[in-house]
Each structure stands twice: as structure tokens, then as C-alpha cells.
Design a protein around this ligand. Structure first.
Ligand code: UDP
Ligand code: MN
Length: 600
């Protein structure tokens, strides 16, 4: 009896155990399926080609390995392409999808929509389909660093702002998002007004439809220009009617983030500075808000193309010690900055002889520095901007004529001997030099008792890569025939250095600066550096491997090896052959001739 009872009990216990076992088994099988499914998805996602990788990128736009030098390859006009119907061009297709792009997240499209989006790029050079899906009052994260967040501003004491936004044929949603972001994220007390300046847009949705949208917004007004003035003319138009203490200029495709205005006004109040926000990236493809590299400053190449570069060592040090403090920059990007109205006008506003787009940012930066003011970036004001690879709009008179004449004006007025350098190596610009009437601007420079360009290079941008009276300039040619130089088109950071055809005296890509300390500098701030096994072109820095000491006809590294052109049998002149530093021997491949070329 005891036995049977015990047996039944045992039986019941076994059943329970079996049921538990089955349950565990089912759970395990499920978990296995789940894990493999997730794994499969991750792998698929990794392998999936992102649609925007198929877009053709401008060769001049690239990011260095240190993440720097986001270059906007702008000196390229409209992209042409698809013929879009009148209806598409003139209609506002804003239709927000709930949640799309919120928090600055990217918006992805279906493959079918991507095809349409590609065709529509001609309109704005960014993804208009995506922009039209994101609410004009979308949320964005607070992009500031902790140290910036902890700065307290006395709002009562800060000067007031007139925000000036000029536009020509901008998309409705992008323009409205710029305006809304300013309205949502600026303290009432500090925002005096937003002045929109329509630079002769011809898109229908920008007339009455925009008027109506803006009529409901407090503090926003529109000025319309019947002639296409270009961005300088349009900004001047806005500045003339501004009633705030500080002028804050923004492009029409920006989004400001929390706390953006206070640091600008705090610094601009000083009356001696043009202060720029830290410009973050709004992806032209997905409109995702991405932080741009922490430390960057603006400068320019030998051809006067604007470039982002890494700031000098001492600026970096100061930045680390005080991460919320504004720091100086040799030049500004141009679209986004604040300045006390009185200073803006005292220094001559803008050069109103400049057309449509381009070079006004360099002119303004040189004028500011040379005439006793400063140009700075505050890391605490973070504004997103859509960097475009092409200008979507028309350049009446032709893109090169417009850009060249603006560059000619800026160089003539401000660059002294370096203007001769610029014109010498850019004959088409030199040809229109005399057509520029810059009398008023030269007078302005005299009246303001502005300093020389030499002073600017030495004091504001001592790390510059331009020739000077103290630096040798010319061609460095190997005994075998090939020359040192960078290959055109792609400045090729970190690219292996090769022996090249020597070219002519006007061939900037074969001309080099040789500094007293032994750096061999090319355009774009590239220096010859001994890498692992090969000599390469890298961003100029304090790296000792960028020093090449002249010893007779040899170029020696710090460790005493010699720059050598690696000759192969088929290329006896060394063209297209690699370079490296090797043990010094008696050989022509280590003999270098310095052929001086006058630069002014
Ligand atoms: N813009 C203008 N008139 C022009 C050309 C440009 O009002 O003839 C405006 C343009 O709409 C933008 C600002 O000037 O808001 C700066 O131009 P863009 O964004 O093309 O320059 P980028 O930021 O690419 O240097
Ligand atoms: Mn812009």
C-alpha cells in the first residue's frame, strides 16, 4: 500500500517534470529562433547597400582620417539633369509624417521613393522628399557639451538679436523649419525679429503661400527683392532694416538647437568680434542631425577655396582647458554668424560689388582681422546646416564669371603681395582683375587703418601653407626627371606620394613651399611625410616625420635617411613611381634639384 501510494506520487511527480521539461524545450527552441533571426537581420543590414552610397559625390568633398576637412565642393555650378515639370517646381508638397525625423533622426525612403528623390535633387541639391516629410517644428536633441550647458547667461543683460535669413528658391519646408527652429529655441526677450529676404525667387509656393504662413508668426517679416541681388545684396537689405543690437545671419536650410542664441549674443555684445556658431551637419540625404568634429576652424587653399582644417596646437590646448570658450578662426564659412550691428556697419558692411555667391566670407574674415576685429567660433552655439555639394540655383552671367570676379575683388583689396600670387597662378581671374571697381573698398581699408595681409598670415594663421619671403617656393625635381607634387582633383590626404610629370611654371600642383624648418608643403595644407614604408602626403602637423633637411642635393629625414624615388626598369624617369626614405647611397634617385619659381 505504501508502495502503491508512493508509486502514484512518483508518477505524478514524473508527469510534472516531463511537462516542465517540454516547456523548457519549447522556450529554448523559441529563443534559438529569435537569436538566429536577429543575427540574420544584423548581417543583412550590414551588407545592404545604403541608397545614398549610390549617389555620385564630388571628388572635392571628403573627410580626412582625423574626421576633418569636410570640404564643400562648391565651385561647381548647377547640376542640371532631370527636366522637372513646372508643376513640380512650383508646388509645395509639405506633408509631414508623424514621427519622421523627430529627435534629428534620419528619414529613410523606400526604393521606389528613392528614385523620385534622386530626380528631385536638381531642385535643391538635397532630398526634398525627406524634408517634406519632417514636421517644420520637429524636435532636436540638446547638442551642447556638459561644460556649455552649465554656463549661465544673464538674459536681461544680453543684447537683442535680429535674425536675417536670405533665400533664393529655397524649399518651403526647409525654409519654414529654419524659421520655426529659431522661434522655438530663442528666448522671447532676446529675439527682436526674424527678417526674411526673398532674393527674387520665382517659385510660386514662395509668394502668397509663404506670406500666409508667416502672417501667423509673431516677429517674422518678409522683404522681397525684385532683382536677383545675390546673397550679399540680400543680407545688406535685411541688415538695413534690422532693429536689434546684434545681426544674426543664417542660411535658409538650418536648424538651431537648444541654447544656440545666448552664447552668440554674449560674445557679439563685445563689439569687436564676428562670432560663428559651431556648425553641425544636416544630412542632405536623410536630414539627420549629426555632430561635426569638435575642433575645426576655417581657412582657405592657394586657389582661395574655403576649407575646414584642424586648429593649431595652442588653440587646441586652450580649447581643452576651457571647452566652452569661443576660439579664433582665420576665416568663417560665411552663412552663419552674429555681429553687433554697429561693428558690422563700422567695418563697411559687405562689399556690395560682390555677385550671387562666393568669396564674401573670405573678404569679411580678412577685413575683420586686418581692421582690428576678430572672427571666432563658439562651441556652445550649435546649429545644423545642410552642406550641399552643388549650388542648385542659376548664376546669371555664368558660374565662373561670378565667382572669379568676387575672388578678384577680395584678393585685390586685402591680399597685398599674395594677391599677385593668386593672380599669377589663376590667369582667367587675373584677366578680369582690372574690370573690378574696388576704389571704395580700398578707401575703406585706408580709412580704417587696416593691417597688412602679411600681419594676418603671421599672427592669425601662422600654420598657413602659403609662400612667404622666408620660405622657398618652386619645383623639386629628381635627377631622374620626375617632380614632387600632388595629383589634381583629389588632394588625396594620406595618399602615397609619387613621382610626377613636372608641368609648367603655372602648374600649382607641382609647386611647393619649402620652409626653413624643413617642411615640404603643397596646396591644401599637405606636407610630405615619411609613412610606413612609403612617403605620403598628409595634413601638415608637428609630426617630425614631415621634416626633410636639405643636405647638398639630398633631402634627409631626422633619422638621417634620404628621400628616394623608387625607379623601376620600365620607368627610368620615375614618373608614377613611389617615394620613400632609404639609407643614403650614391645614386641619382636621391638627388633633388630645387627650381625656384617666382610667386609674385
Ligand atoms: N542666396 C541668395 N541669393 C543668391 C544665392 C544664395 O539669397 O543669389 C542665399 C541662399 O538661399 C542661402 C544663402 O544665400 O540661404 C547661402 O547660399 P548657399 O546655401 O547656397 O551657400 P552655401 O551654404 O552652400 O555656401
Ligand atoms: Mn547654405
Amino acid at each position: 500500500m505504501l508502495r502503491t501510494e508512493f508509486g502514484a506520487l512518483l508518477c505524478r511527480g514524473r508527469k510534472k517534470r516531463i511537462v516542465t521539461l517540454i516547456l523548457i524545450l519549447i522556450f529554448l527552441i523559441n529563443a534559438m529562433f529569435y537569436v538566429s533571426f536577429e543575427l540574420y537581420n544584423t548581417v543583412m543590414r550590414k551588407n545592404k547597400k545604403l541608397w545614398y552610397n549610390r549617389l555620385k559625390y564630388d571628388k572635392n568633398s571628403y573627410v580626412d582620417e582625423s574626421g576633418m576637412r569636410v570640404i564643400v565642393g562648391h565651385y561647381v555650378g548647377g547640376i542640371g539633369g532631370a527636366n522637372l515639370s513646372e508643376e513640380i517646381m512650383h508646388t509645395n508638397n509639405y506633408s509631414p509624417v508623424p514621427g519622421a525625423g523627430e529627435g534629428g533622426r534620419p528619414v529613410q525612403l523606400s526604393p521606389r521613393e528613392l528614385i523620385t528623390a534622386r530626380e528631385l535633387y536638381t531642385l535643391h541639391s538635397y532630398n526634398i522628399l525627406v524634408s517634406d516629410r519632417i514636421a517644420i517644428n520637429r524636435s532636436l536633441p540638446d547638442m551642447r557639451s556638459d561644460s556649455c550647458r552649465s554656463v549661465v547667461y544673464d538674459t536681461e543683460e544680453l543684447p537683442t538679436a535680429s535674425v536675417i535669413i536670405v533665400f533664393h528658391n529655397e524649399a518651403w519646408s526647409t525654409l519654414m523649419r529654419t524659421i520655426m527652429s529659431v522661434l522655438m529655441r530663442s528666448p522671447q526677450l532676446l529675439l527682436k525679429q526674424i527678417i526674411l529676404v526673398d532674393d527674387a525667387s520665382d517659385r510660386r509656393y514662395l509668394s502668397e503661400e509663404l506670406d500666409n504662413a508667416v502672417a501667423n508668426l509673431d516677429k517674422v517679416q518678409i522683404l522681397r527683392s525684385s532683382n536677383r541681388n545675390g546673397l550679399v545684396g540680400a543680407r545688406l537689405m535685411g541688415a538695413r532694416v534690422a532693429t536689434g543690437d546684434v545681426l544674426v545671419f543664417l542660411d535658409a536650410h538650418c536648424e538651431v538647437t537648444k541654447g544656440w542664441l545666448e552664447p552668440l549674443l554674449d560674445r557679439a555684445g563685445n563689439d569687436d568680434v564676428f562670432i560663428c556658431p559651431h556648425i553641425d551637419l544636416l544630412s542632405e540625404d536623410t536630414l539627420a542631425y549629426t555632430k561635426s568634429i569638435d575642433a575645426h576652424w576655417g581657412a582657405f587653399s592657394w586657389r582661395l577655396h574655403f576649407r575646414w582644417l584642424t586648429p593649431s596646437g595652442d588653440v587646441m590646448l586652450k580649447k581643452i582647458r576651457n571647452p566652452s570658450k569661443p576660439y579664433p578662426t582665420p576665416a568663417m564659412a560665411g552663412g552663419l554668424f552674429a555681429v553687433r550691428k554697429s561693428l558690422f556697419w563700422r567695418l563697411g558692411g559687405y562689399d556690395s560689388g560682390m555677385l550671387i555667391w562666393g568669396a564674401e566670407n573670405l573678404e569679411l574674415s580678412w577685413r575683420a582681422w586686418q581692421c582690428g576685429a576678430r572672427v571666432e567660433i563658439t562651441p556652445c552655439s550649435r546649429v545644423g546646416h545642410i552642406f550641399r555639394r552643388h549650388s542648385p540655383y542659376k548664376y546669371p552671367g555664368g558660374v565662373s564669371k561670378v565667382l572669379n570676379s568676387n575672388l578678384a575683388r577680395a584678393a585685390t583689396v586685402w591680399m597685398d603681395e599674395w594677391a599677385d600670387f593668386f593672380f599669377k597662378f589663376n590667369p582667367p581671374i587675373s584677366a578680369i582683375r582690372d574690370q573690378q571697381n574696388v576704389y571704395d573698398r580700398v578707401e575703406l581699408r585706408k580709412n580704417l587703418h587696416c593691417k597688412s595681409f602679411e600681419w594676418y598670415l603671421e599672427n592669425v594663421w601662422p600654420q598657413h601653407f602659403f609662400p612667404t619671403t622666408k620660405r622657398w617656393f618652386g619645383r623639386i625635381k629628381n635627377e631622374k626627371g620626375a617632380c614632387l607634387g600632388i595629383t589634381g582633383g583629389t588632394p588625396g590626404l594620406g595618399a602615397p606620394a609619387l613621382g610626377l610629370q613636372c608641368g609648367t611654371d603655372l602648374d600649382l600642383d607641382r609647386l611647393l613651399v619649402y620652409t626653413p624648418e624643413g617642411k615640404i608643403m603643397a596646396d591644401e595644407g599637405l606636407c610630405l611625410q615619411q609613412g610606413n614604408g612609403r612617403a605620403v602626403w598628409k595634413s601638415c602637423s608637428d609630426n617630425k616625420k614631415q621634416i626633410w633637411v636639405q643636405d647638398g642635393a639630398r633631402l634627409k629625414t631626422i633619422s638621417g635617411s634620404c628621400l628616394t624615388l623608387l625607379i623601376s626598369e620600365k620607368n627610368s624617369d620615375g614618373i608614377d613611381e613611389a617615394l620613400t626614405s632609404k639609407r643614403c647611397v650614391e645614386d641619382d634617385s636621391q638627388i633633388w634639384h630645387f627650381e625656384r619659381v617666382p610667386w609674385r
